[in-house]
Write a new protein. Structure first.
Lengths: 311, 311
């Protein structure tokens, strides 16, 4: 698991760790490992040593610990509130996976979660901020600023924060190296009707680079040095999209940390790896396929992506 | 205009020639040249000598004749019914171009249109059947069969025929070399929920190869020798999608005719050229941008497509 290249720096993932219940139009699964940081840190762990900062309750199941530990993820930043309960999310996808409804959210220990970085965390040069409250995302950046550190910072968000915490989100955008957002949210946040314009608009809001994720249609990268568009991996065994975006972002930060580079060429390769990794995630509930696939399966998908897009 | 490569064979385009009125969420344009065969034959003419088979009325405006003639399109198969009127279509696109409503259709001379191929048409080896009634599309194939000819046949369709002429359409599918269909229609016709499965399913229905067009998300090619996925050209000046699919198909058949090849590599390149050409079409009403762009603009877009998809 841990034969990382010599160039590899550690990656730090900050976000939710959850217990999920997911229903799709064809199946459902209960009491499964979820949360952005779970998906992202497993994805990152395929490329670089990975540290997780999050919070769980005393009820967090042993097999979930073991699943994360299996990937050599440094869990010293995963706070355990023995008296509390783990963040619980239940959702149901619409027909054809066109959107989803959240059926139940119990924030539990996540309600008072406020990431506090240790000196070890503050040494990391590649940081992913999962889609937690923008004020908390900013508080992480503040801690790096206070420590006079300037890591490469990637952040994700979701529509709730665009509606309810826009000012904090805009403040965050001005501090980011890479902002990762999905198609609909990119249009919502910018007011544009066209994804190319939305990506250009988002870069003007602050982030050095922007990735717009289009699910089954691939993704777009907007960078100072150019534009890059990648097709999706042709998934035919589509089970559950939960965590696809989180594992995408985790693979992105993990790959960048593994090569210790953030230039356009490295970002394009990172986006390609992220595409390969997230295509595995959707082939099962929870992190099962992602965790079980192994690096060779990821590399095989990267090769396929290269082949099916060349002309 | 007519410096075609030595390998180039003539392409034959059969379909509608129309006078359109188009309204988009931001603008509208009236009495403009429309019809699948108009868009397709201009697109094809950038690559190979192109013959058009269609019908117009005595009202078909001189400037429209001139526009087609400017591209050296052989219009000897464009029947003129001096007593009749040209096919008229008026449509209005929804907000964000998510679908459109047909406001008015007057078939006029197109109501009794039944393509009759001349010996010269029957010599062509590359044929595109626009989305006319499947029985008429089959009647074209019948004429080639009667003449003991086996051209490469590409056909397009649209949802009306899936609903109203399914048996004839299924008969056509079994006779096609290449079937070009858009995303929603591919799901409608196959009952699949996934485009990769839809493409595979369509090939089982008969066509040797299948292209699924995803508009602003690019397109997918399903071929015996493999799968190919191409991103869209990043259009930012989006004016009117009318004719995008027709010019896509026209560029496809024109490119194949120009190289006189139909193998997987040639089809991938044809799909890439089709992507470049259709990205021009949407930048104006009618064929204006398509007709005015010139081959150099198409080649420049092909180069851009290569660059923005490599990693």
């Amino acid at each position: 698991m841990s034969a990382y290249p010599k160039s590899a720096k550690p990656a730090l993932i900050i976000g939710s760790v959850a217990i999920d219940r997911v229903a799709t139009p064809v199946a459902q699964s209960d009491n499964i490992l979820g949360g952005a940081a779970s998906y992202a840190s497993i994805a990152s762990s395929y490329f670089a040593p990975t540290q997780l900062v999050g919070a769980v309750g005393g009820d967090f199941p042993k097999p979930f610990w073991k699943k994360l530990q299996k990937h050599d993820i440094d869990l010293s930043g995963l706070e355990v509130d023995q008296e509390g309960k783990t963040f619980y999310w239940s959702g149901k996808y619409h027909e054809n996976f066109a959107g989803r409804d959240t059926l139940e959210v119990r924030l539990n220990v996540f309600e008072k979660f406020s990431p506090v970085l240790t000196p070890k965390h503050l040494q990391t040069s590649f940081v992913m901020l999962g889609a937690i409250m923008p004020s908390l995302q900013n508080s992480v950046v503040d801690q790096f600023v206070a420590a006079k550190k300037k890591p490469f910072v990637l952040a994700d968000t979701f529509d709730l924060w665009i509606h309810t915490a826009r000012a904090e989100l805009e403040r965050l955008l001005r501090r980011l190296d890479l902002f990762v957002i999905n198609e609909d949210e990119s249009l919502l946040l910018t007011g544009e009707r066209n994804l190319v314009l939305a990506g250009q608009h988002l870069r003007k809001m602050g982030p050095k680079s922007v990735v717009i994720k289009k699910g089954g249609h691939g993704s777009l990268l907007f960078h100072r040095d150019g534009y890059f568009s990648i097709s999706a991996y042709p998934v035919t065994k589509f089970i559950d999209p939960t965590g696809a975006g989180d594992s995408y972002a985790g693979a992105l930060i993990g790959y960048l940390a593994s090569v210790n580079r953030t230039d356009f060429a490295a970002l394009k390769k990172a986006v390609a790896y992220a595409t390969a990794v997230s295509s595995l995630t959707v082939e099962s509930f929870s992190v099962n396929r992602l965790s079980g696939a192994g690096r060779a399966a990821i590399d095989a998908r990267l090769k396929t992506l290269t082949e099916i897009t060349r002309f």
